[in-house]
Design a protein around this ligand. Structure first.
Ligand code: NAP
Length: 242
């Protein structure tokens, strides 16, 4: 790794993304704190992490992604680690969900694909090295009622990990997924208590996970792992073993 490595974390202002940003900063990275709408939280995080900087972009908009790539090039000139953490979910049964809701979930995955392509092209291919960590989900493996598009996207993200790692044969660019289970963040905060209790009852460890427990694995894959590639690491307290 270079002396001044840079990690780009998407959706870094909140939850799992913020925990990844803090953890990677503690590992010596300058962190590019990407956000969409959580500007205040992003600014606060940037003020806490030495050398970090904020980048606003809606990942459903490819021109915004082009702008983000330009900004990071001007500010840091490199991306050593990309954590594709941003994600979006709409909870609704299949028959009541409309196409706009489907698109709001799926278009973040499209943006993840495009951002990864641009980071590879502009930074990692030139450097000949890099790490990409995709935050997928246990529900991409188990399925979950009321989350058909979300589970499609998350299963697809793990397939993206496998296919891309195979395309990058012979390069020191490793691509892996971290699939969290039920983690205590804004995304799960909104669930009714009875649903939370039902989910926790299916977790052998008997509790929700923390964002830091996910970030620890992301940091390991971003820094120390050298022979883990194209795989999915589950962080779910035992609710699903892969
Ligand atoms: P969160 O706090 O709601 O984080 C989601 C992040 O995604 C936000 O920071 C948000 O940015 C960003 N985002 C959403 N739509 C975006 C868009 N169109 N363009 C750019 N950024 C966008 O929830 P979280 O739990 O930390 O989720 C982080 C990741 O973990 C997600 O991919 C989620 O699917 C995954 N995950 C979470 C759990 C869980 O139990 N919490 C379980 C499995 C997987 P802004 O706030 O700036 O808009």
């Amino acid at each position: 790794m270079s002396e001044n490595p840079v990690a780009l974390v998407t959706g870094a202002a909140t939850g799992i993304g913020a925990a990844c940003a803090r953890r990677l900063s503690a590992e010596g990275f300058r962190v590019a704190v990407h956000y969409r709408s959580s500007a205040e939280k992003a600014q606060k995080l940037v003020s806490e992490l030495p050398g970090s900087f904020g980048l606003q972009a809606d990942l459903t908009d490819e021109s915004a992604i082009d702008g983000l790539i330009k900004e990071i090039k001007a500010e840091a000139g490199r991306v050593d680690v990309l954590v594709n953490n941003a994600g979006y979910n709409v909870n609704a049964p299949m028959l009541t969900m409309n196409l706009a809701q489907y698109d709001s979930v799926a278009s973040v995955a499209r943006g993840t694909w495009y951002l990864s392509k641009m980071v590879l092209r502009r930074f990692m291919f030139r450097a000949g090295t890099g790490r990409i960590v995709n935050i997928s989900s246990v529900v991409g493996h188990t399925g979950n009622p009321g989350q058909v598009p979300y589970t499609m996207v998350k299963a697809g993200l793990d397939a993206f990990t496998k296919s891309l790692s195979q395309e990058l044969v012979g390069k020191d660019i490793l691509v892996n997924s971290v699939a969290p289970g039920f983690i205590d963040t804004d995304m799960t905060e909104v669930l009714p208590d009875e649903i939370k209790e039902t989910i926790v009852s299916r977790v052998p460890q008997g509790r929700m996970g923390t964002a830091d427990e996910v970030a620890d694995v992301v940091a390991f894959l971003s820094t120390r792992a050298s022979y883990i590639n194209g795989t999915v690491i589950h962080v779910n307290g035992g609710m699903y073993g892969g």
